[in-house]
Design a protein around this ligand. Structure first.
Ligand SMILES: Cc1cc2nc3c(=O)[nH]c(=O)nc-3n(C[C@H](O)[C@H](O)[C@H](O)COP(=O)(O)OP(=O)(O)OC[C@H]3O[C@@H](n4cnc5c(N)ncnc54)[C@H](O)[C@@H]3O)c2cc1C
Length: 510
C-alpha cells in the first residue's frame, strides 16, 4: 500500500433491511460535540426526528469556538485549541464529507517535526507506510539513537508494538502503566523523549497514570497500522466557519432541531407509548430550563464524562447497577493549557505550522496559525504579526498558572528566539480539565456503546470501541456506532464503519 493511500477496512456490522426508520420515530441527542453530531447525522439521514440538546450556547464541544476582540477592534474566532486531522480518521472523514464532499477544507501539512532544546529535530516526513519499515526508518534517522543502543533495547517488550490485538494486548498490559512499559523498553533517554514521550503526552494522560495497553493501542492506531503516514491535515479556517455553521445547516435541512444553551438533567421513562412499533415506552428527557422532551424513542448520550455522570446520577431508573457503577467510575485526566498569542511581529518564515516539543517541562507543541488558517492569515498580513498557540498537557495540579505560563513562554523563546522581543498584542489562556483518563485497569469497566436501557446508547471519545481508535476519530466512530446500534431496533441500514487493521503484523490470529 502506498503512502497517502486509503488503507481503511470495513468493520463488520449487522445487515439492515430498511432504508428509513418508521414514520414518527424520534431521538434526543445529548451533547453537540463531534460524537453527538455524528449520531445526529446518521439518525436524521434515516428519517428519525432528532433534537440535539447542548449545554453550551454553540456547537462543537472540545472544538467549540467563540469570538475574541483584539485591541485594534478586530473580531476573531478562538477555539479550544489546535486539532490535527489524521488521515486514518476514516469515520471522521466520512462525517466531514457531509459538509465538505471532497474534503477540500483539509490541507495536508508537509511534516510534523518534534523540536527539543539545543536544536534537536525529529521528522516524520516521508516515512514508509508499512510496519516494521516505518519504525526502522524512524529509528535510523533519529540522531538520538545509535546502532549500539539496539543491544540495550528490550526486544521482547518492543515487539509488543507489533503484536497489538484488541483482546490480548489488554489482557497482558492493561494492569501496567505506560511509564512502566516505556521504562521496560530501555531506550536511551533522549531517543525515548523524542519518539515516545511526545507521543504518549498527546493523549493528555501522564504516563504514570495511563494504561500501557491504551498506549500500545495508540501506537498501533497512529503508527504501526496507519498506512496514511503520521503527517496530518488541518482545517483551512476556524471551526465555526469550517465545521459548525455548515453542520447546523446540513442537519436543519434534515429537520433536526437544536436546543443550545440548555443542559439535560435527567432521563426517565416517558409517559406514553408511541405508535412506532417500538416495544418500550419512549424516554422523557428533562432539561435544566424546566422544558422536556417526552416520548423520545431513542436517546444518544454524547455528553462528556462529567456531563454523563451527572445525568446518570440524577436518573435513578437508567441502566442497571453494574453499568451505573462503570459510568460513575470513569475519570478525567489532568488539566491541559491552551495559550494563543497574537504577536506584533512575524515568526521566522520557515517555522512549521505545527511542531511537537520534547524536553520542556510544560510545553507540548507550538502552532503558527497564519501558516494554515485563513482568518489568522488575514490578521497577520494586515498587522504584520503572528498568531502562535502553545499547548501543555497533563499539567500537575500543584503547578500554578504563573509558573505554567512562565515555563511555556520560556520554551517558545528557546525554540523560536525571534519571539523573545515580540510584544503580545492580545492573548487568551485557558486551563481546562475535560479530557478522559485511560488509567491502568480501566478497560474492563469502560462502558461501551450499548447500555442496559433499551433505546439508550453512549457516544464520546471515552467509550469502549471494538477496534483501535482515538480522540476525534473515536468520537465520530462512536457517534456512528451509537446511531447504528439504536437503528437496529427497526432493522434500518447501518452507516458503514471503517477501521485500521485491527491486528498488528505479529499478532497471533485467533
Ligand atoms: C486542546 C485540545 C487539543 C486536541 N487536539 C486533538 C487533535 O489534535 N486530534 C484529535 O484527534 N483530537 C484532539 N483533541 C481531542 C478532541 O477534541 C476530542 O476527542 C473530541 O472533540 C471529543 O468529542 P466528543 O463529542 O466525544 O466530546 P465533547 O467535544 O466534549 O462534546 C460533549 C458535549 O456534551 C455537552 N454536554 C455535557 N453535558 C451535557 C448535558 N447535561 N446536556 C447537554 N449537553 C451536555 C458538552 O457541553 C459538550 O459540548 C483535542 C482536545 C483538546 C482539548
Amino acid at each position: 500500500m502506498t503512502r497517502g493511500s486509503d488503507g481503511r477496512r470495513p468493520f463488520a456490522q449487522r445487515p439492515g433491511g430498511r432504508e428509513r426508520a418508521p414514520e414518527g420515530a424520534t431521538a434526543v441527542v445529548v451533547g453537540g460535540g463531534l460524537a453527538g453530531i455524528a449520531a445526529a447525522c446518521v439518525l436524521a439521514e434515516r428519517g428519525v426526528g432528532v433534537t440535539v440538546v447542548e449545554r453550551e450556547a454553540s456547537l462543537g464541544g472540545r472544538l467549540r469556538t467563540w469570538t475574541e476582540r483584539l485591541p485594534d477592534g478586530t473580531e476573531l474566532r478562538m477555539e479550544r485549541g489546535f486539532h490535527a486531522f489524521f488521515r486514518q480518521y476514516y469515520n471522521l472523514r466520512e462525517l466531514l464529507r457531509r459538509v465538505d464532499p471532497d474534503l477540500g477544507r483539509l490541507t495536508r501539512l508537509r511534516d510534523y517535526p518534534v523540536l527539543a532544546p539545543g536544536g534537536a529535530v525529529q521528522s516524520f516526513e516521508a516515512l514508509p507506510s508499512r510496519p516494521p519499515w516505518n519504525i526502522i526508518s524512524l529509528v535510523r534517522r533519529a540522531d538520538t539513537f545509535r546502532y549500539r543502543d539496539l543491544l540495550r533495547v528490550n526486544g521482547l517488550a518492543a515487539l509488543e508494538m507489533l503484536k497489538f490485538d484488541p483482546e490480548g494486548t489488554y489482557l497482558r498490559h492493561d494492569g501496567t502503566t505506560a511509564r512502566e512499559y516505556l521504562d521496560s523498553l530501555r531506550f536511551p533517554p533522549a531517543a525515548r523523549r523524542m519518539m515516545f514521550d511526545v507521543f504518549s503526552h498527546s493523549f493528555f494522560n501522564p504516563e504514570e497514570e495511563m494504561s500501557a495497553a491504551d498506549l500500545l493501542m495508540m501506537f498501533h492506531f497512529y503508527f504501526m497500522a496507519n498506512p496514511e503516514g503520521l503527517v496530518f491535515d488541518v482545517l483551512d479556517d476556524e471551526f465555526e466557519t469550517s465545521l459548525w455553521t455548515p453542520f447546523r445547516a446540513y442537519l436543519e435541512g434534515l429537520g433536526v432541531r437544536f436546543r443550545l444553551g440548555t443542559q439535560i438533567t435527567a432521563i426517565e421513562a416517558g409517559s406514553a407509548r408511541r405508535d412506532t412499533g417500538a416495544e418500550p415506552a419512549g424516554w422523557r428527557v428533562r432539561c435544566a430550563d424546566a422544558a422536556e422532551v417526552d416520548g423520545a424513542d431513542l436517546v444518544v448520550l454524547a455528553a462528556n464524562v462529567p456531563g454523563l455522570q451527572r445525568i446518570v446520577a440524577s436518573s435513578p431508573d437508567l441502566g442497571d447497577p453494574a453499568w451505573r457503577r462503570d459510568v460513575a467510575g470513569l475519570e478525567l485526566t489532568l488539566p491541559f493549557a491552551v495559550w494563543r498569542l497574537w504577536l506584533d511581529r512575524p515568526v521566522r518564515p520557515d517555522r512549521p505550522p505545527f511542531a511537537g516539543t520534547a524536553g520542556y517541562p510544560f510545553l507540548d507543541n507550538i502552532s503558527v496559525y497564519e501558516t494554515f488558517e485563513d482568518e489568522s492569515r488575514r490578521w497577520a498580513d494586515s498587522a504584520g504579526g503572528s498568531v502562535v498557540e502553545l499547548h501543555a498537557y497533563a499539567v500537575p495540579e500543584e503547578v500554578g498558572e504563573a509558573e505554567l505560563r512562565a515555563s511555556m513562554l520560556e520554551g517558545l523563546h528557546d525554540l523560536y528566539p525571534e519571539t523573545r522581543d515580540a510584544r503580545v498584542v492580545h492573548e487568551t489562556f485557558r486551563l481546562d480539565r475535560d479530557c478522559p483518563a485511560f488509567p491502568p485497569g480501566g478497560d474492563a469497566h469502560r462502558p461501551g456503546i450499548g447500555t442496559p436501557a433499551e433505546g439508550v446508547a453512549l457516544a464520546g471519545d471515552f467509550v469502549r470501541l471494538p477496534f483501535p481508535t482515538a480522540l476525534m476519530e473515536r468520537a465520530a466512530a462512536s457517534g456512528f456506532l451509537a446511531a447504528n446500534h439504536l437503528l437496529g431496533r427497526w432493522d434500518v441500514r447501518p452507516e458503514p464503519i471503517w477501521s485500521v487493521p485491527r491486528l498488528g503484523p505479529l499478532a497471533r490470529r485467533r
